[in-house]
Design a protein around this ligand. Structure first.
Ligand code: GDP
Length: 288
């Protein structure tokens, strides 16, 4: 489900997250491993301030493993604990628990020095829609939790969901908005299916995808659409026309665009990471 974010929604979502933060020891910040920056909420640092954080690069099964490693190093260099996982399997769960303990090590030591006994860690999941918050929560809790409907505004008393003996999760995730300033971010989110198609023109999106793959994964594009090495030098719109022609869609570029977007979303062009470390601008790198 996609939420249309208006200033009123954002203010409300922010208020709700701020309120819930008081109850937790640590924030699990979920991002899509294919878009580790574009799928972050731009104000999260301001919102959660000094609260310990574990950055979870979720959907790592769909991302380029080499890039995922580089992004893990990036977040570590910013002082965050970070893990990459696939919330649809149990693989990352042990690591998640260890990393949460690690992120709270100093606090635990301070508590111990003051004679405070360790209790289960209290955490909340935060992220933009579709990054896998509910999937992860279900996985951690081991059962299907109530659907939150992906809407900010579901408020009730704080309830805790148990995950093993060392972790408790707030029953509703914090849902925040993605970055909107940069049109490329909107396209990246749409290409992975995180936001609705109808906010963008399909041909723009397909061309964006083609240009991305011809730059970073050219051989996959040529394999899939039977393109020659020279074809890959074509600008995106020409590539779209060529693929449309080759597939027998003639000038039905809408249909060709839908096919290409579908292929990308379904992983027919392989695992990919749309946000690239090498494309960070200097002020983003200076955090490292
Ligand atoms: P939420 O809006 O953040 O709560 O996201 P959901 O948990 O509803 O997940 C959105 C979609 O992503 C669903 O179709 C999930 O099955 C899928 N999903 C969640 N986590 C993963 C993952 O790690 N890998 C893959 N491949 N899909 C995932």
């Amino acid at each position: 489900m996609t939420i249309q974010w208006f200033p009123g929604h954002m203010a409300k979502a922010r208020r709700e997250v701020t309120e819930k933060l008081k109850f937790v020891d640590i924030v699990f910040e979920l991002v899509d491993a294919r878009l580790p920056l574009s799928s972050r909420n731009p104000m999260l640092d301001q919102i959660i301030q000094q609260k310990p954080r574990l950055v979870i690069l979720n959907k790592a099964d769909l991302a380029d493993p080499k890039e995922t490693q580089a992004w893990q190093a990036y977040f570590k260099a910013q002082g965050h604990e970070v893990i990459a996982m696939n919330a649809k399997t149990n693989d990352g769960v042990k690591k998640l628990n260890q990393s949460a303990q690690q992120a709270l090590k100093e606090k635990r030591a301070r508590d111990a020095a003051r004679g405070i006994k360790p209790r289960a860690i209290r955490a909340m999941c935060i992220g933009i829609p579709n990054v896998g918050k509910s999937t992860l929560m279900n996985r951690l809790v081991g059962k299907k939790i109530a659907q939150t409907g992906n809407k900010p505004g579901v408020t009730k008393g704080q309830q805790w969901l148990r995950s093993g003996k060392d972790l408790e999760l707030l029953d509703t995730p914090g849902i925040l908005w993605p970055k909107f300033e940069d049109p490329d971010i909107g396209k990246k989110l749409a290409l992975t299916g995180a936001i609705k198609d109808d906010l963008l023109h399909m041909d723009d999106l397909a061309i964006f995808g083609l240009e991305f793959f011809s730059r970073f994964y050219p051989e996959r594009l040529s394999d899939r659409y039977k393109l020659s090495a020279e074809d890959l030098f074509l600008p995106g719109p020409d590539l779209l026309m060529l693929i449309s022609e080759k597939r027998g869609f003639r000038d039905d570029y809408q249909r060709a665009s839908e096919m290409i977007i579908h292929d990308i979303r379904q992983g027919k062009l392989g695992n990919y990471t749309l946000d690239r470390i090498e494309e960070l601008n200097p002020d983003e790198i200076s955090h490292q």
